[in-house]
Design a binder for this molecule. Sequence first.
Ligand SMILES: Cc1ncc(COP(=O)(O)O)c(C=O)c1O
Length: 405
Amino acid sequence: MSIENDLYLTKDYDKKYCMQVFAPLDVAFVKGKGSYLYDTEGNKYLDMIGGIAVNSVGHGHPVLTKAIADQAKKLIHCSNYYYIPGRSELAYNLCRKSFAEKVFFSNSGAEANEAAIKLARGYFHYKGEDRYEIITAKMSFHGRTMATIAATGQEKFRTPFEPVTPGFKYIEFNNIDELYEAVTDKTAAIMLELIQGESGVHPAAPDFVLEVRNLCNEKGILFIDDEIQTGVGRTGKMFCYEHYGVKPDIMTLAKGLAGGVPIGATLCTDEVATGFHVGDHGSTFGGNPLAMAAGNAVLGIITEEGLLSNADYVGDAMMTELQRLAQKYPQVVQVRGRGLLIGIEFNSLISASMMRSVLFKKGFLVSAIGTSTIRIAPPLSIAKYEAMSFVTALEKILKEESKNK
Ligand SMILES: Cc1ncc(COP(=O)(O)O)c(C=O)c1O
């Protein structure tokens, strides 16, 4: 039995048989092409959230779908008991494009961060140093496993599941004084998002990031850069750290790396990779031929189609227009972000979920984060005219809203 084109049955079965941890909009998508998604009724939506920064090369990209289909016909999975050509190739490609010298592959962002946390602790263990504390930022988001909710600097993700993994400390994001106070001789790592995506798109201050790097160098602490949302071209550079002129010791990737096929990657230097010995870490699915084929195809498409400069160009154009709206409409409090990761914060008259619903009814998909911010993270391949159609729609809504006051 297929219920693919039946929204009513899809909802019914979801409510009965799926754990109710999401609060989905009243829609099911069955097809995607480029920057657009199509629902069960054939309605078309401009995907301004790209599967939460995942559909990096758009929907149904012919090169990506061919790479996945070709690989699926040859070999989907064989386990890490064996060498995997696609895994060697993707590791090589990621190292070539970044500071890194070694990669571990997993299946999600949380797993990539879990590996980063274990790696940092393992690194000091094997050096014979008793360091295990990890400093993270308040309002950060690092995932939903037990260690990554402990790393996440938001109580609401931890409270129902306590006791969580010990050894984490939280400082105010961008607060250098609190950072210095938090460091002890037990500090193993400082773990940060360079743009806090899940809590409202808040970029790190350049002097703060510089200070983190200096402090890490001075005290031998590892800098873990969580680029699960910001990596793979999202901000107009391959990795967000490039904007800051510093290099991390460990970096995590996921979301956009394989264009929608589940993947996670933990990257580090050769020196830090000594934190894992054979048998210390692993994953049944991680690094499998299918996900690796998708990852290699995505990196190829990003280069071939100039998607970094597209993200930079369209992102800048959108930022300029959104800043104009912020000047013109008092309902817009602030616009933040970089490249194609942008948060638009509204005043108390507009709730984020209400704005998300109104945009949805007009054919635009965004996410609501917190009570007052909507986030946009469209495919890196989005055309300027498509992005501008979103700005036009948003302006119309704001204009209407002003008239109704
Ligand atoms: C910065 C960051 N880290 C980690 C995660 C967790 O990734 P996943 O949902 O793939 O486990 C996310 C997801 O939104 C994220 O934005």
